[in-house]
Design a protein around this ligand. Structure first.
Ligand SMILES: Nc1nc2c(ncn2[C@@H]2O[C@H](COP(=O)(O)OP(=O)(O)OP(=O)(O)O)[C@@H](O)[C@H]2O)c(=O)[nH]1
Ligand SMILES: [Mg+2]
Length: 317
């Protein structure tokens, strides 16, 4: 690493955008000492509101993120955007468009945009995105928007870590509601019917409301359904107002915070246990010989796992 963690963290706290970008890269790459560094910034950004923006490809998530950002910046808030580039074939054509639009907002004062690839994130995308959120929050971002296509489990997991999940639907995708994965529906705190300038938006609103009637339960608050036209900015001020008041309520929601804290801990424990085990067994050759045992049918992977983990299991007893 060219710069020490001390330098990066000092820069971060002084508002250096360069340090922010470098610290994110270093943590994403799991540079040695990253965990110690995360410990030092972990609690600095507790007040940041994290919004997940998800929905089918092309529904206008980037356009909407862009307009929401403008609105927030006008209100004097600083904004971080995490654009999860799906490496799925869905949006191959849209990626360039994304960058061009993102650049518009990224030149605004107080806006920082970071793209992340779905594949190749060390320890998984969810984990990496979570760290990026924390670093941006420690830097002092008031609001962090995570844009991701609601197609894969990884992407769904990412938005799940947000304080508030916004699901963007659009008219004209056949049965728009059917096109959205059930798993995404369940995590949505707010439905946005975008492209309200097109025919059929009211129909989508009615469909979403009907679906909410069916799934309504007393445990969760009924998600509001709002209409926007991201291309013109129509409905965006109302959306931002709704989001802000929901974020305020969320920060007082202890049970939700409890679930998040537990999820985070479990994720951290699992990835770290796996990492420690891999490191040790790769170094001492156990992994290589276990693979040979499987290939030559001397042993099966289940027995090997049990045998190799026996000392760990004994320690934990
Ligand atoms: N008519 C209309 N078009 C819109 C609206 N919002 C976005 N679009 C257009 O829809 C297309 C997709 O918009 P994006 O913002 O890139 O959508 P996205 O959901 O981010 O797309 P992916 O990231 O590829 O999944 C673009 O051509 C936009 O100009 C809207 O409110 N009305
Ligand atoms: Mg996009």
């Amino acid at each position: 690493m060219a710069e020490s963690w001390d330098d990066l963290i000092a820069g971060l706290k002084q508002g250096s955008v360069r340090s922010l970008a470098r610290m994110i890269t270093a943590v994403e790459n799991r540079a040695s000492g990253w965990m110690e560094a995360m410990k030092r910034v972990h609690s600095d950004g507790r007040k940041a509101g994290v919004i997940g923006v998800t929905g089918p490809p092309g529904s206008g998530k980037s356009s909407l993120t862009d307009k929401i950002t403008w609105e927030l910046v006008q209100a004097g808030r600083s904004v971080g955007i995490i654009a999860v580039d799906p490496s799925s074939p869905y949006s191959g054509g849209a990626l360039l468009g994304d960058r061009v639009r993102m650049r518009d907002v990224s030149i605004l004062p107080g806006v920082f945009v970071r793209s992340m690839a779905t594949r190749g994130a060390l320890g998984g995308l969810t984990w990496a995105a979570h760290d990026v959120v924390k670093i941006m929050a420690a830097f002092g971002k008031d609001v962090i928007l995570i844009e991701t296509v609601g197609v894969g489990q990884d992407e769904i997991e990412v938005v799940k870590t947000a304080d508030l999940v916004m699901l963007v639907c659009v008219p004209g995708q056949g049965d728009a509601i059917q096109a959205i994965k059930a798993g995404v529906m369940e995590i949505a705190d707010l439905f946005v019917v975008n492209k309200a300038d097109l025919d059929g938006a009211d129909r989508v609103v009615a469909d979403v409301e009907a679906m909410l009637d069916l799934c309504s339960n007393s445990v969760r608050a009924r998600p509001p359904v709002l209409k926007t036209a991201a291309c013109t900015g129509g409905g965006v001020p109302e959306l931002v107002a709704a989001v802000q008041s929901m974020l305020e309520l969320r920060s007082e929601d202890r049970s939700r915070r409890k679930v998040r804290a537990k999820e985070e801990l479990v994720r951290l424990l699992s990835t770290e246990i796996a990492r420690l085990v891999h490191e040790k067994w790769n170094q001492d050759g156990s992994m290589a010989s276990a693979v040979e045992d499987i290939l030559s049918s001397r042993k099966d992977p289940y027995s090997i796992t049990q045998e190799m983990l026996a000392p760990v299991a004994a320690y934990l007893k």
